[in-house]
Ligand binder design. Structure first.
Ligand code: NAD
Ligand code: TYD
Length: 355
């Protein structure tokens, strides 16, 4: 079996659902259930004995030790993290605790567990660390896309904490020989995306008749990948990645934020027109920019394609249409995630941004 951490979050839950749709290998899912963790993402697995959900912290050494001893996983996939840049600006401490200290404690327990294995169990064991392109910092307009050899130049507390975790993972390979793999992926979008991030926020705000808050001039560029393509890349790296290597994962799809917002509005105009017949784009408002806002991210996904034969299956057009349709088809999920804590966050993040 495999152990997934953070498997109740956006990408982790998509990964667990896809994994169990494709194989019968059981998954232990260790998730702290922070505001971003949502067991409803996994509701379709209720009663499925291949999925064992444990609420807990990757930094809880005793818990991790006992899970490893009891279940003897052949691989660990570490998705657990604090993941939202704006939250890291308002309160970096949780990012340091989970992304750095938590990953350190997890690595220590994994090292001890792996150290006891022998034979094939030892040689085939893998620790796969899921990371982000944001560790490479910000690109200028004409810079080439990030390759695996780019310098780490993180600019936000979030990206700095992820960079630190990547370095720890690397060090555990070089120093202790731990069989690690790291993936650095671009911005994901798709089902179960918590509506604090750009794309789901725009969908739920548009439908609720609220403002669509675009930071700064809206010309910041991100490189978007449909979440299920990220999951297939992770499966491929787990299966065939070279130990100690890092793989950039991306969709070759750079777009300015404002174009993303217009695309979402256009799809909603088609699929769920406004009662007054006016375009959703009328709800766009430009608001105060994010401090230290990275201007451009772009991933060169050539290595994973060349060496492991991985390519995304979705285009942006097909993926964003599926995503908007998913939010329209799942109003109960959307309503449930907009709890009091969610509304508090929206007030914290947007109240001080002037138009
Ligand atoms: P998310 O915030 O939606 O989910 C994170 C999950 O981790 C939640 O379920 C949360 O409860 C859990 N968690 C948080 N702290 C924990 C702890 N201490 N112990 C156990 N569980 C804990 O994040 P996501 O978007 O699904 O991202 C998953 C991973 O992928 C992260 O490591 C992130 O850095 C990375 N990543 C995300 C993106 C993206 O666009 N979302 C892109 C590239 C890489
Ligand atoms: P986000 O989804 O938070 O991902 P990241 O910051 O990790 O790339 O934001 C994506 C882009 O959208 C980023 O440039 C910030 C911008 N953005 C807005 O313009 N308005 C918003 O309300 C949010 C949440 C993000």
């Amino acid at each position: 079996m495999i152990l997934v951490t953070g498997g109740a979050g956006f990408i982790g839950s998509n990964f667990v659902l896809d994994w169990l749709a494709q194989t019968n290998e059981p998954v232990i899912n260790l998730d702290k259930l922070t505001y971003a963790g949502n067991v409803q993402n996994l509701a379709s697995l209720d009663g499925d004995s291949r999925h064992i959900f444990i609420q807990g912290d990757i930094g809880d050494s005793e818990l991790v030790k006992s899970l490893l001893q009891q279940h003897q996983p052949r691989a660990i996939l570490n998705f657990a993290a604090e993941s939202h840049v704006d939250r890291s600006i308002h309160g970096p401490e949780d990012f340091i605790q989970t992304n750095i200290v938590g990953t350190f404690h997890l690595l220590e327990e994994v090292r001890a567990y792996w150290g006891q294995l022998d034979g094939e169990a030892r040689s085939t064991f893998r620790f796969l660390h899921v990371s982000t392109d944001e560790v490479y910092g910000s690109l200028r307009k004409d810079d080439p896309a990030f390759s695996e050899t780019n310098r780490y130049e993180p600019n936000s507390p979030y990206s700095a904490s992820k960079a630190a975790s990547d370095h720890l993972v690397r060090a555990y390979h070089h120093t202790y020989g731990l069989p690690v793999l790291t993936t650095n992926c671009s911005n994901n979008y798709g089902p179960y995306h918590f509506p604090e991030k750009l794309i789901p926020l725009m969908i739920v705000n548009a439908l609720a008749g609220k403002a669509l808050p675009v930071y700064g001039d809206g010309m910041q560029i991100r490189d978007w990948l449909y979440v299920k393509d990220h999951c297939s890349a992770i499966r491929r790296v787990l299966e065939a990645g070279q130990l100690g290597e890092t793989y950039n994962v991306g969709g070759w799809n750079e777009m300015p934020n404002i174009d993303i917002v217009h695309t979402v509005c256009g799809l909603l105009d088609e699929l769920r027109p406004r009662p007054d017949g006016k375009p959703y784009a009328e709800q766009i408002t430009y608001v105060t920019d994010r401090p230290g806002h990275d201007r451009r991210y772009a991933i060169d996904a050539g290595k994973i394609e060349r060496e492991l034969g991985w390519k995304p299956a979705e285009t942006f057009d097909s993926g964003i249409r599926k995503t908007v349709q998913w939010y329209l088809d799942n109003p109960a999920w959307v309503a449930n995630v907009q709890s009091g804590a969610y509304r508090d966050w929206v007030a914290t993040n947007y109240a001080e941004r002037t138009e």
